[in-house]
Design a protein around this ligand. Structure first.
Ligand SMILES: [Zn+2]
Length: 281
């Protein structure tokens, strides 16, 4: 007897058939032909690394947990501050002073106790990132500084992992996917070279429109879920830019930099100047 497509899929992804409660919990995904039972089982068998449990990481992690991504590693070295609560919807007034990773795990567990949430109370450095990135299906960069962004990019290039990168400051947001499983994909460094003269705009001093982080973080979750379920087309090779004040979106095509010192193996000799991204916390 021929094995069914679902049986083959389960053997490949090492997943159990969903129980009745899961079939109900995820029924609105299962009804989508682009996701269905197989796509949902891929999500359940997947792991996501979310770097930053702030403005972007909050909505991103909430949607990943609600959607049933099997394991979510939530990394953040900060504690919840009163100034965070205007936009960082993972955390509550009662969480002030608590580590964001622990506060985030509690919030995600209340939405979906099935999901395994691993809280990491640390700002990840290059050496700690390698094994975490290597063991994740997808990486979401929801951080707020260039040093972390470039360290995350380096680890994703090295381990050929898809990187969903978001940024938001004032009323300006941007989001893209660097699908580093594909050697032809640009990386974050192709777009924002580490040696370029970039102005690091931190939202601690610049301000940020509360729902802007929700919009960009939710787009990051959508792209991660599509990558994990194998649905649709991602933002690979495209930078999506939002002007929330005018509520206008535009798309810029991204090309791999053949001289990129991160993903092309050749060193760039001429620093370039590009507009700076930022992600608030
Ligand atoms: Zn590159």
């Amino acid at each position: 007897m021929e094995p069914t497509r679902s049986a083959v899929h389960r053997a490949v992804y090492h997943v159990q058939p969903m129980n009745d409660e899961q079939l109900l919990r995820y029924s609105r995904h299962i009804l989508l032909p682009e996701i269905g039972v197989e796509g949902q089982e891929k999500l359940l068998a997947s792991s996501a690394l979310v770097i930053g449990a702030g403005g972007l990481g909050s909505p991103a992690a909430l949607y990943l947990a609600a959607a049933g991504v099997g394991t979510i590693t939530l990394a953040d070295g900060d504690a919840v501050d009163l100034t965070n609560l205007q936009r960082q919807i993972l955390h509550t007034t009662e969480s002030i002073g608590r580590p964001k990773a622990a506060s985030g795990r509690e919030a995600l567990g209340k939405i979906n106790p099935e999901v395994k949430v691993v809280p990491l109370q640390q700002r990840l450095q290059a050496e700690g990132l390698g094994p975490l990135v290597a063991s994740s299906s997808v990486v979401l960069d929801c951080s707020d500084n260039f040093a972390t962004r470039h360290a995350v990019n380096r680890a994703c290039v090295r381990h050929h992992k898809p990187l969903v990168s978001g940024a938001a400051v004032r009323f300006d947001g941007q989001v893209s996917v660097f699908d580093l499983r594909d050697d032809l994909s640009p990386c974050y460094h192709c777009l924002f070279p580490e040696n370029a003269e970039l102005e690091e705009v931190r939202c601690a001093v610049m301000g940020v429109f509360a729902p802007l982080t929700g919009i960009i973080g939710a787009v990051q979750a959508a792209e991660a879920l599509k990558l994990l379920a194998g649905a649709g087309e991602t933002l690979k090779g495209r930078l999506l830019i939002l002007d929330a004040l005018a509520m206008q979106w535009r798309t810029v095509k991204l090309a791999k930099d053949p001289a990129c010192s991160r993903c092309s193996g050749e060193r760039s000799s001429s620093p370039r100047t590009r507009p700076a991204p930022c992600a608030p916390r």
